[in-house]
Structure formats: structure tokens, C-alpha cells
Design a protein around this ligand. Structure first.
Ligand code: MGD
Ligand code: MGD
Ligand code: MO
Length: 762
């Protein structure tokens, strides 16, 4: 049988030009249904290498967001890229090249766009990179300070969902545990089985509480409809109520934490004169105080898990929500036991908390980057706007590099970044921007040299995900469209033009590399106690299932069993509830213990008509990927992304399902199609990310006409500690769009002229 794979699942090729979900996947992703149509969409695929006309004419970036392109041959394109990389590094040094290139690219192990870009740039003398992710930067920076573990290590040892299903009696889930996000797992997934865990909890009579502005984030649970951005206050109040009832687990706190007396002083009000009681939080969170006390009681009486999704910390002061949840779990004292304690990210992707063996499969060697400059990933616009400026990050003061060349491959900043109008301004600054993509994304349209990549459906690859029990040989479904090439072959041609081809390829083509990776995988498997078939046998079979794939884990079990014998890698060897270093540094936005800090924008201080914008992950896509596929297109309303609103809020404003609305604030405006949702708070509006950014000038205003929420979000760090993005912190106003409906421009390729025309001009 022949297979392929994506971040949203593995598929068999159906022999008739299509794909079918695996027969043993209990809940295949809806995203897969739009994959093939998106990949074969002629009007959004990039079919030839091109250069931007204004850039060829030396406009220094001025028309970067609105220009036409000129076709190039592959030889011309490779020579042009090589020339630009050489020019910039010779003139300014490699620290003028930004190769952070954040993004999800595709799932195969070999054709991973960023790996090839980094290998290539390292060979060319290095690049400025980026740290952390848009997913969970606050967690990534905070965990080492409070748990002595990287986020990756914590994710690896997270208490298994199978144990949660069997042992937990009270699941308090902040932001829910959603089947929508559990469709995805970075590097591919065989089984979508999160739903089974929730079904089992219900069957066992466990209490499930969904603390979220959206009831749909965990439909199985009792819904506590919290005001967005206020969860830290609720966690503090739960902690306070448990402490005042004399129910805190003092022996756990003493043995396993440090700084408890100081945090306790804050909770009870000795520090600032404010007791963080249920009555105090009720006002902030818009949850009745008796309900808060009820939850506090249930947490103490039952075997309880405090779960926080990743999205909760993509918000102003995102560190606090994680730290307060961990603090609450410490007060309950059930950390280190089966199915209880603290979790970060259940449901945010399929594999979080999966009780699967972890196997570190090999990946492409990327070499060493001689450049030490980097940015926290979400500070891209700040970097481009403030070369030489300073910024705070993880207890250090650092300097933004002066970037002249941006190279992006496998990511879409004009999808993922906040305040896209500001990014557009910043994006005009570099001298040259180079992008590889298979589709005319908003980022590709804003590049100077654009090189057409293949999709995974046009190439062979291997899916091997360290968190997944199956390996797949990925076979191509159709031939490369237009002149598209695999990223590896693109870089190979550029490396040749630069005179470093041999170093880049080590004499191997794609097939040779896959064989090499496989022979390393065979060694890894052997150490793990099983044997892989040889490459040819694997390719013929298409799939390999790891024997005995289950392995349950309990977070922090060894530490809690013997805190002195197995100390954490923190200053005190324990879980930190008061961080003395933060106290002495005085970090803006991140005090020394979990603290309630009002967010930069929230309904607590808003105009009467303002709505809180929830811009989470889309159900029909992976971010911006497959937006031009049948599944996402079929979900749109008059061609716009659906925005969800409570029926009462809509009625109050004279709006109906199917209306086109204009969402706006001081940062920008976008159109969306209205859909009603009774399971949403009345003061919120939910517009998923990922509609391709399509700003147009209409009657003197710049309006994004397709429904991209990132024209409305704030480009600010969580705090000076993590500098993570705060996508979930934003207020908007809403009105009915009564003007003529603007025609989308993002569903057609940009203007591309032939070379003949270019020569005529020259
Ligand atoms: N408002 C708001 N914004 C958000 C979020 C939010 O919750 N709210 N979430 C954030 C999060 S968590 C994330 S992870 C980011 C995601 O942001 P991104 O990862 O940047 O989004 P994707 O659309 O997945 O971008 C991947 C790009 O790689 C391209 N690609 C795929 N395969 C290949 C390949 O083989 N070769 C090449 N060259 N290109 C390829 C795709 O066409 C696509 O353009 O968005 C963030 N932005
Ligand atoms: N279908 C699909 N699945 C995906 C992705 C995708 O693009 N599409 N992307 C993947 C990626 S890269 C990531 S990082 C994960 C992200 O996974 P998550 O971060 O878990 O997903 P989000 O959709 O951002 O947020 C989940 C929910 O948090 C709730 N929420 C927002 N603000 C608040 C708040 O202040 N308080 C509370 N209590 N709840 C709040 C919202 O109602 C939202 O529905 O998803 C992954 N899964
Ligand atoms: Mo993410």
C-alpha cells in the first residue's frame, strides 16, 4: 500500500488520484479533506521562480507589498539568490541575514524546509536565528526558572492522558481540551484519540470543568464562562479559598516547593492589602463567588488535575497563568501522582500527554551557526524597525541586529504575526527578502525573490515522529506542479552557484539522504529494543508500527517521591513559588511570584460596545495552510472567514447570521462573515486565524477584506521575561458592512510578466 502524511494525519493513496484517512484512525481530521484541492489549486500555486519588478529596478523595498513579478529561469534565480547572499555577507557580515524562518512547513522528516535553510545558511557563514515558538514561548522561557526543566522536557514527561482517564475525578481545564486543536501533531500523527479520554472520564463519573469563554472548547464539561484574560485571578482565588479553609497540603508545599510563605502572604493580602478571595475574583472573572468556592471544594475533595492549554499563555502576562496554575496544583499537593497534578497543553495538539514511547529519530544535520545574535521569535517587527535598539529577554538586555536580508522558507509571518499592518511597515526595511513556498501566501507576495517549492504530495519522504507509534514511507500522489522543486534541490542549486554544493550535499541526492536517515533510524530502533525493516522493505510496505508503543508517564514523579534525592534543576532544587532572581531584577510584567496583573487590553477597562477577540486555531486548516482547499472554502461566508458571535449580541446590534461585518480597532480593520454560536460569551467574538491576508484600500481606509484577525491583535511581548506573542489579548468593535462587497485578490496569483517584457523595459 502507498501512504502519505501531514501534521493532521496519515493517509493511504486511493489509487485514483486521491487520499483516504487511515482505516485505523478513530477520528480523522477534517483538515485532510481540503488538502489535495489546495495543493492542486492552479490559481494559488507558485509555478515558476520570479523576482519582484520594483526590486530588480532598485526600489529598496518601497513597493514590497503591492508589486508585480517577473519570471526567471531556475539558473537565473539560483544565481540571483547566491549573489544576494554573497553581497550581504560581504558588505555587512552574516549577522545581517535573518534566517529564523519560523513556521510549521511540512511533516516529512527529510523535506523539512527550515532544516535545509539552516544547513544552507550555516554553510554560507551563519544567520540571525529566533528562539522559542508562537505556540508557547511564555512556557518555554518560564519553565526552566520555576521547574528547572525545559518546556520540551516537561512536555515529554507530562502525565499520560490514559492515566488521567482512569484516575482523575476532577479535571479543571483552563481553555478546555479541544478536538479542534487535537487534530494536529507536529511531524505527523496516526491516531486521533483524545476524544476517547474524555469519554472515559465521563463514563467514570469524573467532574469535568471547562473554564473558557467558549463552551465548545470542551463540550463534555460543565462550562464556567470566564472573562478572557482573567484566569490568573481565578487560580489565585481558588488557591486563597483552599488555604483559608485550612485545606492546603502544607507537607507537599514544605517538601516540594520554595517561596511558599512569600506567595501565601500575597494570596492572603499581607503583601498588598488585598485578599485574593472568591469575592475579589468574582468581579474580575465574571464568575459568581459561590461557584468559585464550589470548584475549590471539589478540587480538594477529589483527585484533581489542573490543566492549562497553550493558548492561555499567548496573552499579556502569559507567564502568570502557567505559574498560578502550577502554584494551585502545589497547594492541592497531588503533583507526582497518577492522573492528577498539573498539565500544560492537553488537547493543544494530539500528542500532548500521549502515553506513547518517545523515540529520538534522526534528522538532517544542520551544522553549526557561527552567529550568536538571535531574537525571541515574536519580536520580528521590533527587530526590523529598531536595528541596534535594546530589548529585555530572559533576564538579559540584548541588542537587535541590523537585518539587510530576510530568508523565509516553510513559514508564513503574514499569517502568524500580530498587528500585520505594523509588520507590513517593518517588512519594507530589509534590502532583500527571499521566500520559498508552494503557494502565493501573503508572505510570498511580499518577497523580492520567490522560489516555487513542492508540497509533500509531490515527493517521497519519511514520516517519523518521536511521539507517534507508526512510521510511514510517503509516496508522491502527483508530479510536481509547474517548475516547482523540493527545497533540498533548490538549495543545492544555490549552493552550486555559491561554490559550496559538495559541502551542502555531501555527495547525496534526496533518495541517498533518506536512505542515510533510515540507516541511522535502524540503529536508534535497535537501541530501543526492536528492529526496523531495511529501507527497501519499508518502502515496499509503506508503514511500520512500533511494537509495544505504550508508555505511561507521571510528571515530576521521581522528584515528588524523593525531593532531596531527585532535586529539580532550580536554585533551591524545588518548585519555585517565589523567584528571588526575578525579584532582584525587577522584570517588567513578570513579578517574583504568580501575580494578577490586568492585561494591556481587556473587557475590564473597555468601551461599552467593545468585544474581546478570540483568534484561536482554525478547525478547517493548519494555520494558513489549505486555506484555498475545499474544506476551508466550504466553511466561508460570502468568501469571508466566519466570525462567531452569541445570538443575543447579534440581535442587540441588529445583525443576522450570514451578514458581513467589519471588525476594527486602532490597529486595523477586517471583514468577516457572521455565524451565531450560543456557546460563546456574549462579550466575545471568535475569528480563527489563517484566512490569507488580503488588505485593500477602500474609500481611504485600509481594510483586510478576507477575515484575518491579525490586523487587530497587539504586537507586544507577554512580559520582558519571555517576549512571547499575546495573540489572545485584543479588543475590537463591530459593525455591519453595508458597502459593496470587495472582491478578494488573494485567490488569484499576483501579476507576473514574462522575461520578454522585462528585457523590453531594460
Ligand atoms: N492571532 C493569532 N495568531 C497566531 C496564533 C493564534 O492563536 N492567534 N497562533 C500562532 C501559532 S501557535 C503558530 S504555531 C503560528 C503558525 O504560523 P505558521 O507556521 O507560519 O503558519 P503556516 O500557515 O503553517 O505556515 C507554514 C507555511 O509553510 C509553507 N510550506 C508548507 N510546506 C512547505 C514546504 O515543503 N516547503 C516550503 N518552502 N514551504 C512549505 C506553507 O505553504 C505555509 O505558507 O501562528 C501564530 N499566530
Ligand atoms: N485544527 C487545528 N488544530 C491546531 C492548529 C491549527 O492551526 N488548526 N494549530 C496547532 C498549533 S501550532 C498549536 S500551538 C495549538 C494551539 O492550541 P491552543 O493554544 O490550545 O488553541 P487555541 O485555539 O489558540 O486556544 C484554545 C482556546 O483557548 C480559549 N481561550 C482564549 N483566551 C482565553 C482566556 O483568556 N481564558 C480561557 N480560559 N480560555 C481562553 C479560546 O476559547 C480557544 O478556543 O493548536 C494546534 N492544533
Ligand atoms: Mo503553534
Amino acid at each position: 500500500m502507498e501512504f502519505t502524511a501531514a501534521h493532521w494525519g496519515a493517509y493511504t493513496l486511493d489509487g485514483a488520484g486521491g487520499i483516504k484517512p487511515l482505516a485505523d484512525d478513530p477520528a480523522p481530521s477534517r483538515i485532510g479533506r481540503g488538502w489535495v484541492t489546495a495543493a492542486q489549486d492552479n490559481s494559488s500555486r507558485i509555478l515558476t521562480p520570479v523576482a519582484r519588478q520594483g526590486w530588480l529596478e532598485g526600489d529598496a523595498g518601497a513597493n514590497r507589498c503591492s508589486d508585480r513579478f517577473v519570471e526567471l529561469s531556475w539558473d537565473e534565480a539560483a544565481a540571483l539568490v547566491a549573489q544576494e547572499v554573497s553581497r550581504v555577507r560581504e558588505t555587512y557580515g552574516n549577522k545581517a541575514i535573518f534566517g529564523g524562518s519560523y513556521g510549521w512547513a511540512s511533516a516529512g522528516r527529510f523535506h523539512h524546509a527550515q532544516s535545509h535553510l539552516r544547513r544552507f545558511l550555516n554553510m554560507a557563514g551563519g544567520y540571525v536565528g529566533s528562539r522559542e515558538t508562537y505556540s508557547h514561548a511564555a512556557g518555554e522561557v518560564l519553565f526552566p526558572h520555576i521547574l528547572g526543566l525545559s518546556n520540551r522536557a516537561f512536555q515529554d514527561e507530562m502525565t499520560s492522558l490514559t492515566l488521567l482517564a482512569e484516575q482523575c475525578d476532577c479535571l479543571l481545564a483552563f481553555g478546555g481540551i479541544s478536538g479542534r486543536t487535537a487534530q494536529i501533531s507536529s511531524a505527523g500523527v496516526t491516531h486521533h484519540d483524545t476524544g476517547k479520554v474524555l469519554a472515559r472520564l465521563l463514563e467514570r463519573g469524573a467532574q469535568i470543568v471547562n473554564v473558557s469563554p467558549r463552551g465548545t472548547d470542551l463540550p463534555e464539561g460543565d462550562w464556567v464562562s470566564i472573562r478572557p484574560g482573567t484566569d490568573t485571578a481565578l487560580m489565585l482565588a481558588l488557591s486563597f479559598e483552599i488555604v483559608s479553609a485550612g485545606a492546603a497540603d502544607e507537607s507537599f508545599l514544605k517538601a516540594c516547593t520554595s517561596g511558599w510563605p512569600k506567595w501565601r502572604a500575597y494570596l492572603v493580602g499581607d503583601e498588598d492589602g488585598v485578599a485574593k478571595s472568591a469575592d475579589w475574583a468574582a468581579e474580575i472573572c465574571d464568575i459568581p463567588a459561590p461557584r468559585i468556592r464550589e470548584i475549590a471544594q471539589a478540587l480538594v475533595q477529589r483527585r484533581s488535575m489542573i490543566a492549562v492549554n497553550w493558548g492561555m499563555q499567548r496573552a499579556d502576562h502569559g507567564e502568570q497563568v502557567i505559574w498560578a496554575a502550577l502554584g494551585l496544583a502545589c497547594i492541592l499537593g497531588q503533583i507526582g501522582q497518577a492522573g492528577t497534578g498539573f498539565a500544560f497543553g492537553y488537547g493543544s495538539t494530539t500528542h500532548v500527554g500521549r502515553g506513547a514511547r518517545l523515540i529520538n529519530w534522526p534528522s538532517m544535520p544542520q551544522g553549526k551557526n557561527p552567529v550568536s545574535e538571535f531574537i525571541p521569535v515574536a519580536r520580528i517587527a521590533d527587530m526590523l524597525l529598531n536595528p541596534g535598539g535594546t530589548f529585555e529577554y530572559d533576564c538579559q538586555t540584548r541588542t537587535y541586529p541590523d537585518i539587510r536580508l530576510v530568508y523565509w522558507c516553510g513559514g508564513n509571518p503574514f499569517h502568524h504575526h500580530q498587528d500585520l499592518n505594523r509588520l507590513e511597515e517593518a517588512w519594507r526595511r530589509p534590502e532583500t527578502i527571499i521566500v520559498h513556498d508552494h503557494s502565493w501566501t501573503a508572505t510570498a507576495r511580499r518577497a523580492d525573490i520567490v522560489l516555487p517549492a513542492t508540497t509533500p504530495l509531490e515527493r517521497s519522504d519519511v514520516m517519523m515522529n518521536r511521539r507517534d507509534p507508526s512510521l510511514f514511507y510517503m509516496s508522491p500522489l502527483f508530479d510536481p506542479m509547474g517548475q516547482s522543486r523540493n527545497d533540498y534541490d533548490i538549495f543545492r542549486a544555490i549552493a552550486r552557484a555559491l561554490g559550496v554544493e559538495e559541502a551542502f550535499t555531501e555527495g547525496r541526492d534526496s533518495e541517498d539522504w533518506m536512505r542515510t536517515l533510515w540507516s541511522e533510524a535502524e540503529k536508534v530502533a535497535h537501541v530501543a529494543g526492536f528492529d526496523l525493516p531495511d529501507y527497501d522493505a519499508f518502502r515496499a510496505a509503506g508503514r511500520f508500527d512500533i511494537p509495544d508503543p505504550r508508555e505511561d508517564r507521571i510528571a515530576l514523579e521521581a522528584f515528588v517521591r524523593d525531593p532531596a534525592g531527585n532535586p529539580l534543576d532550580t536554585e533551591t532544587g524545588k518548585i519555585i513559588l517565589h523567584n528571588d532572581r526575578f525579584a532582584s531584577l525587577g522584570i517588567d510584567g513578570c513579578p517574583a511570584h504568580p501575580t494578577w496583573l490586568p492585561p494591556a487590553e481587556s473587557l475590564l477597562a473597555a468601551d461599552r460596545d467593545a468585544l474581546h477577540l478570540i483568534s484561536g486555531q482554525p478547525d478547517t486548516r493548519l494555520h494558513s495552510q489549505n486555506d484555498r482547499g475545499s474544506e476551508a472554502l466550504g466553511d466561508k461566508i460570502k468568501g469571508r472567514e466566519p466570525a462567531y458571535l452569541h445570538p443575543d449580541t447579534a440581535a442587540d446590534r441588529g445583525l443576522e447570521e450570514g451578514d458581513v461585518v467589519r471588525l476594527y480597532n486602532s490597529r486595523g480593520a477586517c471583514l468577516a462573515g457572521l455565524r451565531l454560536d450560543p456557546l460563546l460569551r456574549r462579550d466575545c467574538i471568535s475569528l480563527a486565524t489563517g484566512a490569507w491576508f488580503d488588505p485593500q484600500d477602500i474609500a481611504g481606509e485600509r481594510i483586510e477584506v478576507h477575515g484575518n484577525p491579525n490586523v487587530l491583535t497587539l504586537d507586544k511581548g507577554c512580559s520582558d521575561l519571555s517576549q512571547g506573542n499575546i495573540a489572545h489579548t485584543a479588543l475590537v468593535l463591530l459593525e455591519k458592512w453595508i458597502g459593496p462587497l470587495p472582491v478578494l485578490s488573494i485567490d488569484r496569483p499576483p501579476q507576473i510578466g514574462g522575461r520578454g517584457e522585462m528585457e523590453k523595459k531594460a
